[in-house]
Each structure stands twice: as structure tokens, then as C-alpha cells.
Design a protein around this ligand. Structure first.
Ligand code: GDP
Ligand code: GDP
Length: 467
């Protein structure tokens, strides 16, 4: 039995836009075909491999203005009641409003599993709204753009996390009663994370990676070397599972999920030259992944395109790791490595300390070190610093390198806390956020990176007014 999703949130956060994206307007037209009878308020929806029903809450806001809040709330409660899962939407561009908290309270009281969605995340200035969403106590917000279709792989993963794989993928079809009541009981149980609990680094979850790079850098050779070519050629067997977008394997007991491209799948069937990753594939791969391995041909490293990819990875909040491939062709490895590392630091200051590993996909050398670097970076990307430690660090900063005075007035920084992980995001409360120079924000970022040993991952800082 598939599950039902209700999209909840105050007016204008983008509920209908998300509804249309999930259900698709075409499906709504199909419903108008004479003879097709179905509950018009529930529409079939798809999110990659997840099939579910989404409850149409459009029109909830058509009530006369005077009775709007009360009526909306009643309707919302009906939808929540009916749902197995709630997408709670906020508008990251606009930031939190009092109504968001009211609706969040209704959702929390229902005890239903909920995915907190920070919509309009593609908009400029949405970062602080995204961080604010944490305050709702509904867990980690998933940044998406309903309008531009961004962030949907993360939304898919969040659904699986909230419902459990079996339920989300509909694999428990015969296990529960048709009415789903047994199912929802299971869901309210221990599967639901306590939003206030410290999310520990989970070694048992598959680590999602993708390989990107220019054509001929050696991506497919590298992937085959990592997974084992024969297994790719002969298809699934023990230790390897595939779905439509990824291939799973184990590396030293650690589960790895690798973004699988159309080209790789074809190679699994017929041995022929692989299709090259298109730009869109690259983007999709980056969004799928937690860690993105940039594969460079060490004999012709760092073309403009490589730097653009690196920048995109960082902007998407993923952590890059560099593989200098074809190392077997390098004559003076030590000198070249020192040069390349120096160049890397200079060209990618936004991820200072990025892991860069020489490998040869052809001989298999360096692959263990590459995967070590991936796991280490993933751990850093997930890291969390306690508020106590952060504020002791801040005391030191304020004593030795306080923010500059702007127009004769001192900027006051009061407090810092880590609002999110993956990548680490910090909120700094200060007297006049707008007046803090970018150079000082960069200084804080670098100092945080160094003090808490977070090399190679994007670090976000949001400035907020202190009261
Ligand atoms: P609802 O009232 O919650 O159903 O919100 P709508 O779906 O009607 O969207 C409200 C407004 O936000 C519309 O102007 C949308 O075009 C806009 N919107 C929706 N999603 C996004 C998004 O991802 N990014 C941006 N920038 N605007 C969005
Ligand atoms: P992709 O386009 O990034 O998938 O690159 P391929 O994996 O198809 O590799 C492109 C070419 O580089 C092929 O001829 C490979 O044999 C070669 N190649 C890949 N890795 C290495 C390596 O580590 N050393 C050497 N010498 N050649 C490599």
C-alpha cells in the first residue's frame, strides 16, 4: 500500500508549486477522463523511485478572508489526519513568520512523521531562512526549490529516512493491513528521531558519492577499479546491489552508494565506449552525493571546467575530494604533487585543506588512500561543535581580532551556535549583521575551520541580529 503525503504550510510558501511538481499537471488531466473515478483530493505522485499519493490541499485558502485562519487550520488538521507523512513547507527566502510556528505546532502535536522542507532555497539570501527553520524543532530542513526542481534527491532521501525504506519503497505491501493503521503505529515508534537529540555520525548508513570530471579524466576506469570490473560486467551479485540511480558496495566494511550514470549501466550490458557525463548528469550526480570526487587527469590538471565543477559542488553544500588520476604517467611524482597541492589551495580557497590524492585507476594504486580521504571528509562534513566550545573560541576571537568599527560604531558579536551539519553551518548573533564586512566573515570562517579542524568542507556562516 502506498502512503499519503500532506503538504502543509502557511500561504505562499510554495505548496501548490510543490504539489504540481510531484503530482504533475498531466495526471490531474487524466483524472478528468470520463469513467475514471477516484478521490479527486488525492493524486498519485512520484519522486524518483518513490510512488505515493499526495493530498491536494489547494483551495484551503479560498475561504472568506475573515474566517481564514480558523478554517485553514481546520482543513489542515483534516489533511494531517489523513496523511501518513507530512511535508512541512517554509519559505527560506522570506524567513520564519509567526504563522509558520502556529502550523508547526499543529504538525508536531499530530505525532505524524514529518519532513521539514525549506523551499525557495535557490533564492539569494535564503541561507539564513534555511538556518532559522531549525528553530521549528521539526528536525533537519531539506533545502529545495519547488519552482526550479532542485533538491529533490534530498527530499527523496528524507522520505526514506522518515518512513523507513520498506514503507517508503512500498516493500511491506503484504505485511500490514490495507487500512494502514498498523503502519502508522510503527511509524510513530522509535524510527522517528528526536529533533532535539544530537544526531550522531552514523557509520551504518551508506555514504553517497559521485565521480565527476571532464571526459577522459578516467572516471569510468576509476569506478570500475573501485567496484571491480567483472562485477559491473556481470551485473548484480553478492555484495553489490543496484537501483535505478545508484550502485551499492562495501569498502572496508563501510557501505558506499555510488551515483550510477546511464553510461555505467550500459557498460554493464554491452562492452563499448561509455557515454560521457553530460552537464545535467553532473549536476544530478552532485545533488545525489554527499562527497563528490573530482577526477582530474594529472597530466592536464585544472582546466576552467574543473574549477567550475568544484565551485558548483561547494555551492550545493557538498564536500569535494580530488583524485589526481593517471599518476602512473607522472615522472617526478613528489615535485608534481607538491605543485598540484599548492595550486589546489590557491584555486579553491573556499574549501581550504581539501583532500587531494594521487591515484592510478589503471594500476589500482592510491585507491585505498582515496577512499580514506572520502570517509574522513564525510566525517568532517557531518561534524558538530558544541555551543560551549564555540563561544570559548569566540571569546578568543573577540579578544585578539574583534570586528572592525563601522562608521565610528563598534560591531558587537554576542553569540555563536552551530545550526546545522552537512555541511557545518553556524549562526552568529551580532548587533548589525548588514554592517559586518565580507572580509571579516571570511576571517571567522577560516578561524573556525582551523580551530575545530574542519579542512576541505564548505562552512556556512549566517549573521543574525541579536536582541
Ligand atoms: P502556496 O500558497 O503555499 O500554495 O504557494 P504557491 O505554490 O502558490 O507559491 C507562492 C509563490 O511562491 C508563487 O509566486 C510561486 O511562484 C513562488 N514559489 C514557489 N516555489 C518557489 C521556489 O522554489 N522558489 C521561488 N523563488 N519561488 C517559489
Ligand atoms: P572518463 O571519460 O572520465 O570515464 O574516462 P575513461 O575511464 O574512459 O578513461 C579515459 C582514458 O584514460 C582511457 O583510455 C583509460 O584507459 C585512460 N586511463 C584511465 N585511468 C588511467 C590511469 O590511471 N592511468 C593511465 N595511464 N590511463 C588511464
Amino acid at each position: 500500500m502506498s502512503f499519503k503525503v500532506a503538504i502543509i504550510g502557511r500561504p505562499n510558501v510554495g505548496k501548490s508549486t510543490l504539489f504540481n511538481r510531484l503530482a504533475g499537471r498531466k495526471l490531474a488531466l487524466v483524472d478528468d477522463t470520463p469513467g475514471v473515478t477516484r478521490d479527486r483530493r488525492v493524486h498519485p505522485a512520484k519522486l524518483y523511485d518513490l510512488a505515493f499519493d499526495v493530498i491536494d490541499t489547494a483551495g484551503f485558502e479560498d475561504a472568506p478572508a475573515a474566517s481564514l485562519p480558523g478554517r485553514m487550520r481546520a482543513q489542515t488538521e483534516i489533511a494531517i489526519d489523513e496523511a501518513d507523512l507530512i511535508f512541512f513547507l517554509v519559505d527560506a527566502k522570506a524567513g520564519l513568520m509567526p504563522d509558520d510556528r502556529t502550523f508547526a505546532e499543529v504538525v508536531r502535536r499530530s505525532g505524524k512523521p514529518v519532513v521539514l522542507v525549506a523551499n525557495k532555497a535557490e533564492a539569494r539570501g535564503s541561507q539564513s531562512g534555511f538556518l532559522e527553520a531549525w528553530e521549528l524543532g521539526l528536525g533537519e530542513p531539506v533545502p529545495i526549490s519547488a519552482e526550479h526542481g532542485q533538491g529533490l534527491p534530498d527530499l527523496r532521501d528524507a522520505v526514506i529516512e522518515a518512513l523507513g525504506e520498506a514503507r517508503a519503497l512500498g516493500e511491506d505491501e503484504d505485511a500490514e493491513g490495507e487500512d494502514g493503521s498498523a503502519g502508522s503505529e510503527v511509524l510513530i515508534g522509535e524510527d522517528i528521531a528526536d529533533p532535539d537529540a544530537e544526531p550522531a555520525y552514523d557509520e551504518t548508513k551508506p555514504l553517497r558519492i559521485a565521480m565527476v570530471g571532464r571526459p577522459n579524466a578516467g572516471k569510468s576506469t576509476l569506478i570500475n577499479a573501485l567496484i571491480g570490473e567483472e562485477r559491473l560486467l556481470t551485473g548484480p551479485e553478492a555484495g553489490i546491489t543496484r537501483d535505478s540511480i545508484s550502485v551499492d558496495w562495501d569498502w572496508k566494511g563501510r557501505r558506499i552508494k555510488l551515483f550510477d550514470t546511464a553510461g555505467m549501466r550500459r557498460k554493464a550490458k554491452v562492452q563499448e565506449k561509455l557515454e560521457k557525463l553530460s552537464v545535467a548528469d553532473g549536476l544530478r550526480a552532485i545533488r545525489f552525493a554527499e562527497i563528490v570526487v573530482i577526477v582530474l587527469d594529472a597530466t592536464i590538471p585544472f582546466e576552467k571546467q574543473d574549477l567550475q565543477i568544484a565551485d558548483l559542488i561547494v555551492r550545493e553544500g557538498r564536500a569535494p575530494v580530488i583524485a589526481f588520476n593517471k599518476w602512473d604517467m607522472i615522472d617526478e611524482p613528489q615535485r608534481v604533487l607538491a605543485e598540484l597541492r599548492e595550486k589546489t589551495e590557491r584555486l579553491l580557497p573556499q574549501v581550504r585543506g581539501i583532500q587531494a590524492v594521487p591515484v592510478s585507476a589503471e594500476t589500482g594504486r592510491g585507491l585505498d588512500r582515496l577512499m580514506d580521504a572520502v570517509v574522513r571528509t564525510h566525517r568532517i562534513w557531518n561534524s558538530r561543535v558544541s555551543t560551549g566550545k564555540l563561544n570559548r573560541w569566540l571569546e578568543g576571537i573577540l579578544a585578539h581580532h574583534p570586528p572592525p568599527a563601522v562608521a565610528g560604531r563598534r560591531l558587537k558579536i554576542k553569540y555563536v551556535t552551530q545550526a546545522k551539519t552537512r555541511p557545518p553551518g553556524f549562526v552568529v548573533s551580532c548587533s548589525r549583521p548588514d554592517a559586518v564586512p565580507q572580509s571579516y566573515v571570511r576571517y571567522l570562517t577560516n578561524s573556525l575551520r582551523e580551530a575545530f579542524d574542519m579542512p576541505g568542507v564548505p562552512i556556512r556562516i549566517a549573521l543574525r541580529t541579536s536582541d
